[in-house]
Design a protein around this ligand. Structure first.
Ligand code: DX5
Ligand code: ZN
Length: 217
C-alpha cells in the first residue's frame, strides 16, 4: 500500500450538504482540499473564508486551502482565522511572493505555492526556503472534472528533483484530473499528496470508501 496522502476536493461534492459530505469522506481522507476561485484569476467563482469557517466544525482533518485568486494578500488573515491549515497561493499572481509566503507562515499556517501547467518548475527556485508545499496543477485551474494533462508528469519529476537537491523538506501535491488510472504514474513521479475531486465523490456516499481505496492501490 502506498503512503500517498489523499486530499478530496469539495468542489466535486454536493454543495447543498457539504457538512455531511465532509463527514462521509473523512474516514478515508488525510485532509480536505478547498478550492477558492475569484472569477478573475480563473473564470469561475466558488467560496471564501466565511464558508470555510462554517465547515470547520465538521472535521478535525487539516484544511488545505487552494487560493485561485488575483490578490490573495488581502484575505490571508481571514482564511487563517477561518481554520485553514495550509494556504496555497499561485506563483503567477502574487506581486511580492516572498512577503505573501512569509505572512502565511506568520499566521501559523503551512505555506504552499502552486504552478499552472505552463509555468516551469525552475521558477520555484528562488522561493524554496519559504515554502512547505508545492502544488503542481495537472489541469488548467478553474474547474473540476477536466482531463489530466499527461505532459505534466515530467513537471512533477522536475519539481521532485528540485526539492531533492535543495536543503528543504517540501511536500509535493498534485491537483487536477487524478483518477485510479493515472494515480500510479503521479505517485511514481513524486507526489506526496494527491487532490481528488470527481474520482473521490463519484456516486453516493456509500461509494466513497471504494473510490478512495482505488486511488491508494
Ligand atoms: C481545479 C481545482 C482542483 C479540482 C480537482 O482548479 O484546483 O482541485 O477541484 O477536481 P478533479 O479531481 O475533478 O479534477
Ligand atoms: Zn485545487
Amino acid at each position: 500500500m502506498s503512503t500517498v496522502k489523499i486530499a478530496p476536493s469539495l468542489l466535486a461534492a454536493n454543495f447543498a450538504c457539504l457538512g455531511e459530505e465532509i463527514k462521509a469522506i473523512e474516514p478515508f481522507a488525510d485532509m480536505i482540499h478547498l478550492d477558492v476561485m475569484d472569477g478573475h484569476f480563473v473564470p469561475n467563482l466558488t467560496f471564501g473564508p466565511l464558508f470555510i469557517k462554517a465547515l470547520r466544525s465538521y472535521t478535525s482533518l487539516p484544511f488545505d486551502v487552494h487560493l485561485m485568486v488575483t490578490c490573495p494578500d488581502n484575505y490571508l488573515t481571514e482564511f487563517a482565522q477561518a481554520g485553514a491549515n495550509i494556504i496555497t497561493v499561485h506563483l503567477e499572481t502574487c506581486e511580492n511572493l516572498p512577503e505573501t509566503l512569509q505572512k502565511i507562515r506568520e499566521l501559523g499556517c503551512k505555506a504552499g505555492l502552486a504552478l499552472k501547467p505552463d509555468t516551469p518548475a525552475e521558477t520555484l527556485s528562488p522561493f524554496l526556503h519559504l515554502v512547505d508545499l508545492i502544488l503542481v496543477m495537472t489541469v488548467e485551474p478553474g474547474f473540476g472534472g477536466q482531463s489530466f494533462l499527461t505532459d505534466q508528469i515530467k513537471k512533477i519529476q522536475d519539481v521532485r528533483a528540485l526539492v531533492a537537491h535543495s536543503d528543504y523538506s517540501i511536500v509535493i501535491e498534485v491537483d487536477g484530473g487524478i483518477s485510479p488510472i493515472n494515480a500510479p504514474a503521479v505517485i511514481e513521479a513524486g507526489a506526496d499528496i494527491i487532490v481528488v475531486g470527481t474520482a473521490a465523490f463519484k456516486g453516493d456516499p456509500s461509494h466513497y470508501a471504494e473510490n478512495i481505496e482505488a486511488l491508494r492501490h
